[in-house]
Write a protein that binds this ligand. Structure first.
Ligand code: CO
Length: 203
């Protein structure tokens, strides 16, 4: 099992199936990279970007990290956004969170998790900002669900505030930023209705 043979076998089967449906699929894909969507999601293995919206390779440019955060100091995420907007000219940036996010739960429970507490710092701050509203709910799951939604909305604002997106809008580039949330329990996506197409849409 040292070489994870089963994964290579599955890969051959997967590639074979795609080639059976379209013999030129990979050849055509190798000649261009023109995804319409940038997906910023959580690293959680239960929220695979392409699968949950049934998209093939080549259709979604993806960045994932714990709790789908967009931090203004994160060169990795910012580079992905810049490349997606300025080079690939994606038309949509989707920030997709999910209910039951371990990152959001860890930020809320006050326990010590070591290094990752630094990464989750901004969610702790967000919790403090909305504490009254969140703590007015009595059910723990409801509180966490609300924080997962608030986190997506915050990250949408962060995307919009990047100089990259600001510059794109100033240049009249067609670019919409969306906030979605996914339910691991039933596989269904929900639009949080924070669809931003320019500075006029920002609250
Ligand atoms: Co998560």
């Amino acid at each position: 099992m040292r070489v994870l043979k089963d994964l290579f076998e599955e890969n051959r089967k997967w590639a074979g199936k795609l080639k059976q449906a379209d013999p030129e699929f990979f050849l055509n894909l190798s000649k261009q990279h023109k995804p319409e969507y940038l997906w910023i999601g959580c690293s959680d293995s239960r929220v695979p970007a392409n699968e949950i919206v049934n998209k093939l390779p080549g259709e979604i440019f993806v960045h994932r990290n714990i709790a789908n955060l967009v931090m203004h100091t994160d060169l990795n995420c910012l580079s992905v956004i810049q490349y997606a907007v300025e080079v690939l000219h994606v038309k949509h940036i989707i920030v997709c969170g999910h209910y039951g996010c371990g990152g959001v739960q860890a930020a809320m429970d006050g326990n010590d998790y070591g290094l990752i507490d630094n990464w989750l710092r901004s969610i702790k701050d967000l919790y403090r900002c909305h504490q009254e509203k969140v703590d007015s709910l009595t059910d723990k799951k409801e509180k966490e669900d609300l924080m997962c939604e608030l986190n997506v909305i915050k990250q949408v604002a962060n995307v919009c505030q990047t100089p990259i997106v600001q510059h794109a809008w100033k240049s009249a580039q067609n670019l919409t930023v969306h906030g979605w949330i996914y339910s691991i329990e039933d596989g269904i996506l929900k639009d949080l209705n924070v669809c931003i197409t320019g500075n006029d849409d920002m609250v």
